[in-house]
Design a protein around this ligand. Structure first.
Ligand code: SAM
Ligand code: FES
Length: 349
């Protein structure tokens, strides 16, 4: 292997820091050998903190109604071919309770930016889950809201929030979103969430349209500086009813390479092996774990609506029951020497 790349990996392992030019070089000049070494170092860095334990989050996709029009997303408001749905509060609480019975101790409520889920409605759902599922963390992933709204939901009992920044570069953000959306507002939301006391998950897509290696180096800088508690990264996958329908998907190889780098930048970080990674490769989630991930997020949504939450084409797990998904992932993890935890799965920093 190139001696320079090996020395960059060693520097990252020891100092958890590289300069911008060094990140660029590490990503641009990657080889299969470099990926193997990085993955090995990432697994070593994760070992003393999490061992072979995999944290699970039960994901409930509560609405595919969205006021936004992100150019990459299958549930964007301009897509008139989607059959829209929103789950009733009683159904959401029942899904969470089913998840609890299955061993989930983190429930993630995710959805489009649907005005129906006001602070009152969403706060009430959060309170009901907290009251009936002991020792369970409620995570929200409901997009951009005001600081007051985030505060009210925190007061209702939500303790984590996932809001991918999508790209650390403002101009790149503008190429992926309509002009009424703003990168500054996205970043401000992340800072508001952290100030309020949430554990915060950021993240980005790998291989999104117009993304360059320089952007990816910026992503690594963002992780180093902001140190999110969680970083959701998965390949961009085109959706046939969006303006990016003909764009190529991101790759498994690059996603895994970046997972390893992120693990070395911030060893305690929570890193999901995402559904998108499992969609582009049948063993994508396993390969993500072996590259340094430590979280999986199986689906707890009612099977009847799963196909309607289609952010990208060919999304996996749309026909399986919740128990099947948990069982399937448990088996997949056992086969590579890992085990699913019945645990809130807080970051160990
Ligand atoms: N509305 C919330 C938000 O904006 O954070 C949560 C739902 S949003 C659909 C969840 C994530 O899906 C986005 O942050 C984006 O990164 C990812 N996503 C959307 N379209 C995608 C695509 N075509 N390929 C891969 N990931 C995609
Ligand atoms: Fe859903 Fe495998 S994780 S079926």
């Amino acid at each position: 292997m190139d001696a320079k790349i090996a020395s960059l990996i060693e520097k990252l392992r020891q100092t958890h820091h590289l300069d911008d030019a060094e990140y660029l070089e590490l990503i641009e000049n990657r080889t299969p050998e470099a990926a193997d070494l990085l993955a090995q170092r990432a697994v070593e860095a994760r070992q003393p903190i999490y061992g072979t334990t995999v944290f699970t989050r039960g994901l409930i996709e509560i609405s595919n109604i969205c006021k936004n029009d992100c150019l990459y997303c299958g549930i964007r408001r301009s897509n008139h071919n989607v059959e829209r749905y929103r789950l009733e509060p009683d159904v959401i609480v029942a899904c969470a309770q089913e998840g609890y019975q299955l061993g989930f101790r983190t429930i993630v409520l995710q959805g489009g930016e649907d005005a129906y889920f006001s602070d009152e409605v969403l706060g009430d759902i959060v309170r009901r889950i907290v009251a009936t599922c002991p020792d369970t963390a409620v995570t929200l992933s409901m997009g951009e809201r005001s600081r007051d709204s985030y505060q009210r939901l925190f007061d209702a009992g939500a303790s984590r929030y996932l809001l991918r920044h999508e790209t650390a570069d403002r101009r790149h953000y503008e190429l992926l979103h309509p002009k009424e959306m703003s990168w500054e507002r996205r970043m401000r939301c992340l800072h508001d969430l952290r100030d309020i006391g949430y554990q915060v998950g950021a993240g980005f897509m790998v291989g999104s349209p117009y993304q360059t290696t320089r952007h990816l180096a910026q992503e690594m800088r963002f992780v180093e500086d902001f140190k999110p508690d969680m970083c959701g990264i998965g390949p961009f996958i085109p959706h046939h009813d969006t303006p990016f329908r003909d764009e190529p998907a991101g790759t498994l190889e690059l996603t895994c390479y970046l997972l390893s780098i992120i693990r070395l930048i911030y060893p305690p970080i929570l890193l999901p092996a995402t559904t998108a990674l499992g969609t582009i490769d049948p063993r994508g989630r396993e390969k993500g774990m072996l590259a340094g991930a430590n979280v999986v997020m199986p689906n707890l949504s009612p099977v009847a609506v799963r196909k309607q939450y289609e952010l990208y084409d060919n999304k996996i797990c749309t026909g399986e029951e919740s128990a099947q998904c948990r069982g399937c992932l448990g088996l997949r993890m056992t086969l590579i020497g890992y085990e699913l935890a019945v645990d809130r799965g807080d970051i160990r920093k």
